[in-house]
Design a protein around this ligand. Structure first.
Ligand code: UDP
Length: 313
């Protein structure tokens, strides 16, 4: 297939591009480099620096699909500047869908998020769990999911939304590089590298097995594999939604233990109060993705930490 990857200079987009190229697809990357990195654009892909709203200048009937990953994705910023999320995610994606319709490109895999569910409480989140986002970031992604449902029904698009839980790990040198970095595993690895003095544990009074929050971590290579499966499985006139998770979760303390084991470095960790807005448990049921896409994550939390550590060094 010939595929446009928006956000292909980012962490997940570069790994998705890598897998597409490895499977023999033709890939063009569109990224404005606000959070992506030019050196993450793979040489096998045709490169366009620009906004999502410029996709219409690239797309024509020679394309088979768009994998749409480009987005604004900082929860805190979405609360203080919601208008950036309505424009950057909702309005920009509406323009992309219009451009796809005009060009006759009728297949999309969209990067949705666990944030659409808000704080559903303890237990596995399925695709039927009510979506009640608690911030504009999650709301903007949910609005796009609704757009895709309607576009599929009205105009025959083949659409798939993949709702990511906590993505981690690396693929060779392709790794997570955020500024500021808020995610747990890269922050722990900074301590291991000597770039930060001590790790912070946000919240030790959650109703979980060791008092720290539980998240469902997925290796970025497993995640990329789900995109390729979704691309093939997408059906005209249908919008399918899949949670990408393992069905089990890992506590913050268990992640710290994995980082200590992989690096051989004793990570000093200091207990802090809960980070505002962090739910106790976010774990996905991966049953639908298994049944309909044949997708199941293959890589463990130790693999994620080991691959991220190798990429850093
Ligand atoms: N966390 C932590 N210390 C850190 C960063 C994160 O204890 O330096 C906790 C955070 O409160 C959450 C979990 O680790 O419970 C995962 O956080 P992350 O930011 O990686 O992902 P999120 O689930 O918030 O998207």
């Amino acid at each position: 297939m010939k595929v446009l990857v928006t956000g292909g200079a980012g962490y997940i987009g570069s790994v998705v591009t890598d897998r597409l190229l490895a499977e023999g697809h033709t890939v063009e990357v569109l990224d404005n480099l606000t959070t992506g990195h030019q050196d993450s654009v793979l040489s096998g892909a045709t490169w366009h620096q620009g906004e999502i709203t410029e996709a219409g200048e690239i797309l024509d009937s020679s394309f088979d699909a768009v994998i749409h990953l480009a987005a604004k994705s900082l929860v805190g910023e979405s609360v203080t500047h919601p208008e950036r999320y309505w424009h950057g995610n909702i309005v920009a994606t509406l323009g992309l869908i219009d451009a796809m319709r005009s060009a006759g490109v009728r297949r999309m895999v969209f990067s949705s998020t666990a944030a659409v569910y808000g704080e559903p409480g303890v237990g596995q989140i399925t695709e039927d769990t009510p979506a009640m986002p608690t911030n504009p970031y999650g709301a903007s992604k949910l609005a796009i999911d609704h757009m895709l449902t309607a576009e599929a029904a009205a105009h025959g698009m083949a659409a798939v939304s993949l709702r990511y839980f906590n993505v981690a790990g690396a693929s060779g040198s392709l790794r997570e590089r955020h500024d500021p970095e808020t995610h747990l595993i890269p922050n722990l690895l900074k301590v291991a590298l000597g770039d930060a003095g001590e790790a912070k544990i946000f919240g030790t009074d959650y109703p979980t097995r060791d008092g720290t929050a539980i998240r469902d971590y997925i290796h970025v290579v497993d995640l990329a594999d789900a995109h390729l499966r979704a691309l093939k499985a997408a059906e005209p006139g249908n919008h399918a939604v899949y949670n990408l998770g393992t069905g089990t979760g890992t506590t913050v303390r268990e992640v710290i233990t994995a980082v200590r084991e992989v690096t051989g470095i004793d990570i000093p960790a200091v207990e802090h109060p809960r980070r505002p807005g962090d739910p106790a448990v976010l774990v996905a049921s991966g049953q639908r993705a298994l049944q309909e896409l044949g997708w199941a994550p293959q890589r463990s939390i130790t693999d994620m930490v080991a691959d991220a550590w190798a990429a850093l060094r």
